[in-house]
Design a protein around this ligand. Structure first.
Ligand SMILES: Cc1cc2nc3c(=O)[nH]c(=O)nc-3n(C[C@H](O)[C@H](O)[C@H](O)COP(=O)(O)OP(=O)(O)OC[C@H]3O[C@@H](n4cnc5c(N)ncnc54)[C@H](O)[C@@H]3O)c2cc1C
Length: 461
């Protein structure tokens, strides 16, 4: 039997045994059938059941609830949306961009509110985000981000800090300034996803685990196909499998699985924390292409995450990719580079998982009344709070209840497909290499690679 606690520290410390729920054993009929036991599927089920207690809702999960990114992430429950405010404004206009940012802020609080109402002890702590400019070259990036928020009239929630102000909060090396955002919390992702599943069940939802959906079909009677039988839906089918959706032939090019990897330290001593500060447990980041994200866990450890593990041909997703020696070694090295006082610190856990990257970087939440198929996907590694918003939107669309959220620019849209192989592999591997080269040149004060603009264009969002 699979030991699911090995997939992340969060699953290991979720506070319950991870014994799988029963699988689907025969064909059945429900009102709403959902593929995927992560936040997207669970939030959709939760809001559907809260608004319509008589509805029959079933979730089909290949492994266990929280097996995917929802049980492995960096713990940022953040108002950050996968697309920057400036780009949102450019694509959809000021009003739509502002409305989306405000809805994201509200989603952070909504996660806390439901957590409290449903007695989910997910270590929710609203400490904000500190996005550091590590090196003078990153200063223009945080200033531009701040200007983007100001243009949307949200300047009061985003504050530029001097190097001194920033390092007073958290003693990090090479800091030239920081952008502080108040609307962000850190959570225990495992406790959140597992607690949410129990809340769905208390409201009458049924969760089948150890059941792989092999195909799906839309129409008057949409259905999820499994080896044990089909789950037919009277009202709607929801595809909420994020990166793993690419394993279904019909959705193979809908997203790109990109691995995000994490290393976790042992708990720090009081003395180490007194040297570092970080008293408000802000989520921390720098402004690198390969992404740095840090969380101070409730138990006093440092979680450090980053990208850079190679994309595999044909969007391969395997357990082996959860660990990548080179990337994990770079992460461990970077922890000590940020916090030299931690020289010799032990790392107790390493893991990773795929995030779902849409071709235009924009998540999509949509329901088509003609096929009765709904989906919420493409969070590009920023889905902890976004899935809550997506779940509320999808539940409203399925129940045909206007909430106003369906007007947000990521609702009722779809992203273009990724290119077929080998083009996809060539372009993605080129961009991944280029991002590593750009970061390395900046850190070592070498000139920017000549092709930086090309890579920037490919990674534009
Ligand atoms: C390492 C890492 C760090 C991250 N850090 C952050 C962070 O700090 N903050 C943030 O906001 N976001 C972060 N993210 C992203 C965030 O976790 C995701 O966007 C979010 O969890 C997506 O939830 P989901 O329910 O859509 O997908 P998932 O949680 O991936 O759930 C999908 C589920 O569907 C199941 N499934 C898929 N296909 C099938 C099938 N055919 N049959 C049956 N079941 C199927 C899978 O087994 C899985 O359990 C991170 C992601 C990773 C991997």
């Amino acid at each position: 039997m699979t030991d699911y606690s090995k997939y992340s520290f969060w699953l290991e410390t979720a506070g319950e045994d991870l014994k799988p729920r029963s699988p689907l054993t025969r064909s059945d009929d429900v009102d709403v059938a959902i593929l995927g036991g992560g936040y997207s599927g669970l939030w959709t089920a939760y809001y559907l059941l809260r608004e319509n207690p008589g509805l029959s809702v079933a979730i089909v999960e290949k492994e266990i609830v929280g097996f995917g990114a929802s049980g492995r992430n960096g713990g940022w429950c953040s108002s950050k949306f996968p697309v920057t405010p400036a780009m949102l404004e450019q694509r959809f206009g000021r009003n739509a961009a502002r409305a989306l940012m405000l809805a994201m802020n509200a989603s952070v609080d909504e996660v806390a509110r439901v957590g409290q109402e449903e007695r989910i002890d997910a270590h929710f702590h609203k400490g904000g985000i500190l996005s550091f400019a590590r090196g003078a070259h990153q200063l223009p990036l945080i200033r531009a981000a701040h200007a983007g928020y100001e243009r949307l009239g949200l300047g009061d929630q985003y504050r530029l800090l001097s190097a001194e102000e920033a390092t007073k909060r958290v003693n990090v090396t090479h800091v030239h300034g920081a952008l502080y955002a108040s609307e962000n919390a850190s959570v225990h992702p495992g406790r959140l996803v597992r607690g949410l599943a129990r809340a769905v069940e208390r409201r009458g939802g049924v969760i089948y685990e150890q059941t792989e959906v092999t195909d799906f079909a839309g129409g008057a009677r949409p259905r999820l196909l499994t080896r044990a039988g089909e789950l037919r839906a009277k009202k709607a089918l929801v595809l909420a499998g994020e990166a793993y959706l690419t394993r279904l032939p019909k959705l193979h090019r809908a997203l790109l699985p990109v691995y995000s990897l994490i290393a976790l330290t042992e708990p720090l001593t009081e003395n180490q924390w007194s040297q570092i500060g970080w008293q408000d447990r802000e989520s921390l980041a720098s402004n690198k292409y390969t992404v740095d994200y840090l969380t101070r866990t409730a138990g006093g450890r440092i979680l450090f995450g980053s990208r850079g593990a190679p994309y595999r041909f044909a969007s391969k997703i395997t357990d082996e990719q959860d660990r990548h020696a080179e990337t994990h070694a770079r992460i461990q090295h970077t922890v000590v580079e940020w916090f030299p006082m931690l020289e010799g610190i032990k790392f107790t856990h390493e893991w990773g998982g795929p995030v779902g990257m849409p071709r235009d970087w924009m998540p999509a939440v949509a329901f088509d009344p003609a096929t009765r198929i709904g989906t919420a996907r493409g969070y590009t590694g920023q889905g902890v709070a976004t899935t809550n918003l997506a779940g509320r939107i999808l539940a409203g669309l399925i129940a045909q209840k206007r909430t106003g959220l369906e007007a947000l620019p990521f609702a009722q849209r779809r992203s273009p497909d990724w290119e077929p192989e080998p083009l996809r592999w060539l372009a993605v591997r080129y961009a991944q290499h280029a991002f590593l080269r750009i970061d390395s040149a900046a850190e070592n004060r070498r000139p920017r690679p000549k092709d930086a603009k090309v890579a920037q264009f490919l990674g534009k969002h």
